[in-house]
Design a protein around this ligand. Structure first.
Ligand code: SF4
Length: 410
């Protein structure tokens, strides 16, 4: 079963980070290489590394905090933004994720947003998303966010079943989630996304169906469904690992259920884990899947600049210290080889329902995708139409296997 969908929040790409230690290097324009100018980022990701409580499956960079998180983190983000603004074109999308960005009061998020708008030039139509935890939403906050330019909220619901929420260690209840979604709509945000998790131990197909139907009743513009995965260091890891193989078929059935129910309710399945109505796909994430360049600001944020993937330190204290001394907070840098580039293009391209442009792959890399995919085409895991190669429903569920087989053939 594919776990490409990572986890509850739409994550930045985590792969391929590594090797060259960079933190401590002073920011200078000489850090920008020529390739940066050719492919300049037009998307921003901002990471807020604070949460009210740690969920049992989560290893995202976030620490729990009582009360209001530090203001100096916001100032540091703006300082890092200024230092890195040289190599950016007009911003099409901004995604403030975490952690829990809405742990901050709306005025602080507005300050961050206004600061970013003073540093970067945003397109008028820019998609500006803020991730929210249902326990941190109130009408005043939503109105303020909407007035300061936020036009999309991604609400981390995960489940509408209180037992499942409790098992996951979420800080909110079903009632909180429904109320938060209504509040977001009332507060003037017209583009709402809801995240749901399946494969939660003890979750039945019936309970998953109920979760999907409750989400559909809210009628958000966008729904993301992710298989629950737990990182090694988390309390849920051992439990999930123990039952990994037993539940494979059940989990595949839950995935098919999501596709069928959401499609029947008018949601278009545009990416392996994502569905939308009214053409409200998440443009920020589409940029990731199309290998568009982006800058990530904040603790653990990843960037894709020129032909390099780089990531900031995961330590918030170190991040604040480095940036306040005008140092580079990037900890690792990974220049991509031709092979990396080909694999990324295939893997990310196949995530999208629109599929992979086989002509482009042939022109750019001399690879005949149709010929190396013959067996998957004949057993209908993949389908080809007008030079586009894409997964079928069954193929999406087996995407990890198919993609790794294709990698072995190139
Ligand atoms: S709210 Fe999100 S980031 Fe925070 S602990 Fe839970 S899953 Fe992790």
């Amino acid at each position: 079963m594919s776990a490409i969908g990572d986890c509850a929040h739409l994550r930045q790409d985590r792969k391929g980070m590594c090797r060259t230690p960079l933190s401590g290097v002073e920011w200078t324009p000489s850090l920008i290489d020529v390739s940066t100018i050719i492919t300049m980022p037009n998307a921003l990701y901002v990471h807020i590394p604070f949460c009210i409580k740690k969920c049992r499956y989560c290893d995202f960079s976030s620490s729990t905090i009582k009360g209001e998180p530090p203001q100096d983190y916001i100032e540091t983000l703006l300082k890092e933004a200024s230092a890195r603004s040289v190599s950016v074109q007009k911003i099409d999308t901004l995604y403030i994720g975490g952690g829990t960005p809405t742990i901050y009061p709306a005025k602080t998020i507005a300050k961050l947003l206004n600061g970013l708008k003073n540093i970067f030039s945003f397109r008028e139509s820019a998609e500006i998303t803020v991730e929210a935890n249902p326990a941190t939403v109130d009408i005043k906050k939503i109105i303020n966010l909407s007035e300061s330019g936020v036009n999309r909220i991604s609400l981390g619901v995960q489940s509408f079943d209180n037992r499942e929420l409790d098992f996951l260690g979420r800080v909110h209840t079903e009632k909180d989630a429904i109320k938060a979604a209504e509040t977001i709509k009332k507060g003037g945000i017209k583009n709402l996304s809801i995240d749901l998790l399946y494969g939660i131990p003890g979750q039945s197909e019936a309970s998953w169906t109920k979760n999907l139907k409750k989400a559909i009743n809210i009628r958000p513009q966008h729904i993301s469904t992710y298989e629950l995965t737990a990182a090694k260091e988390t309390p849920l890891y051992r439990i999930l690992k123990k039952h990994e193989n037993e539940h494979e078929e059940e989990i595949a059935q839950m995935y098919y259920k999501a596709i069928d129910i959401l499609n029947d309710s008018g949601y278009s399945h545009y990416e392996i884990s994502n569905f939308s109505i009214d053409n409200c796909q998440c443009h920020h994430n589409i940029n990731y899947w199309r290998r568009g360049r982006y800058i990530g600001l904040g603790t653990s944020a990843h960037s894709f600049i020129g032909n390099k993937r780089v990531s900031n330190t995961r330590d918030t204290g170190e991040y604040i210290e480095l940036v306040s001394f005008n140092k580079n907070a990037c900890k690792e840098e990974s220049p991509l080889t031709k092979d990396d580039e080909i694999k990324e293009t295939i893997m990310l391209g196949l995530r999208m329902k629109e599929g992979l442009d086989t002509e482009q792959i042939r022109e750019n890399y001399g690879i005949d995708m149709l010929s190396i995919s013959k067996d998957f085409l004949s057993c209908r895991l993949l389908t080809a139409n007008n030079n586009k190669l894409s997964f079928t429903k069954k193929g999406f569920a087996l995407s990890n296997y198919v993609i790794s087989s294709l990698f072995n053939r190139i």
